[in-house]
Design a protein around this ligand. Structure first.
Ligand code: GLY
Length: 294
């Protein structure tokens, strides 16, 4: 249906109208002859990245496993207060104070374990990461999507909290010892707002020089993760970083409290300058995460 076939129906009437529109009125042509009907979901979204170590051999030995990382949250809308168009992600935070241990236990039971069992039953050799896109509804966590990768910008908020060696974890994934790997996480928070080129997700300029105020950045202890930028030769003597995409970079910073992490991250981001830079000012604050309906 060229992306035009989804209808989120809040009432039975809206659902019936959608069926008529698609099947009888032929709004999307041939594609409307077959429908998929799913539960209506309402709630806030979280992202759970997980390390996966599954092969038929590990399954036989009982060592096949999936280990979830701390829950994180992306902020998809362009503007403060969860307004404006959807983007690839305007910033992420980790961990989440509004996600209880019970919720994560339910996620493990209802989503993670069935995923592991499915991978084993289908004989997969899957050693890597799965991104679980989850909606927390009043009936518990519901899976929206799997991505067979880490997530952006969640990774920039989750991985700096590792109190273990990433390379050793990757080795454990590969050699089937992940089940015994010690996952320790730093006690604190990580906030990672994203800076975009003005105009994104519509048209935007490329080729703008990116400058950093090193002393402000160092003071914030923020780390810059570059995404939409390349090294460009602006003069004979100088290679500079220049913008080359909509979502240009994220600044991820740690704090023992959420407030400190937030302040550090935004201080770090204030060290970055390029023409038409734009970023949300409310990543992780109340009202910043959209309530979704799917
Ligand atoms: N932040 C969403 C994703 O990586 O798919």
């Amino acid at each position: 249906a060229a992306g035009k076939g989804v209808v989120v129906a809040a009432t039975i009437d809206e659902a019936l109208n959608a069926v008529n529109d698609l099947m009888d009125n032929g709004r999307v042509g041939e594609a409307g002859k077959k429908l998929v009907i799913e539960d209506y979901l309402e709630g806030v979204e979280i992202s759970v990245l997980a390390a996966v170590s599954v092969t038929p051999e590990f399954a036989k030995k009982g060592t096949a496993t999936i280990i979830p990382f701390l829950p994180a949250r992306d902020h998809k809308r362009l503007l403060d207060g969860a307004k404006g168009p959807n983007t690839g992600g305007m910033g992420a935070i980790c961990p989440l104070d509004d996600v209880s241990e019970e919720t994560m236990e339910q996620f493990n039971k209802d989503i993670l374990e069935p995923t592991l069992n499915g991978l084993i039953q289908e004989g997969f050799d899957y050693r890597g990461f799965i991104f679980f896109g989850v909606m927390l509804t009043k009936n518990g966590p519901k899976l929206l999507e799997y991505n067979v990768r880490l997530g952006d910008p969640e990774t920039q908020a989750v991985l700096p909290l590792m109190d273990f060696d990433f390379e050793q974890m990757c080795e454990a994934i590969i050699n089937g010892t992940l089940k015994d790997f010690s996952f320790n996480w730093k006690k604190g928070y990580q906030v990672a707002p994203v800076a975009v080129s003005g105009g994104y997700p519509g048209e935007y300029k490329k080729g703008c020089e990116i400058k950093f105020n090193e002393s402000i950045l160092n003071e914030s202890k923020g780390k810059i993760f570059i995404a939409g930028a390349i090294v460009g030769r602006r003069s004979r003597s100088n290679d500079n970083l220049i913008t080359n995409g909509g979502r240009v970079l994220a600044c991820s910073a740690f704090g023992e409290t959420f407030e400190k992490a937030w302040k550090n991250a935004y201080q770090g981001l204030s060290s970055v300058k390029f023409d038409d830079i734009f970023f949300r000012k409310d990543i992780g604050l109340p009202g910043a995460a959209e309530s979704g309906k799917l």
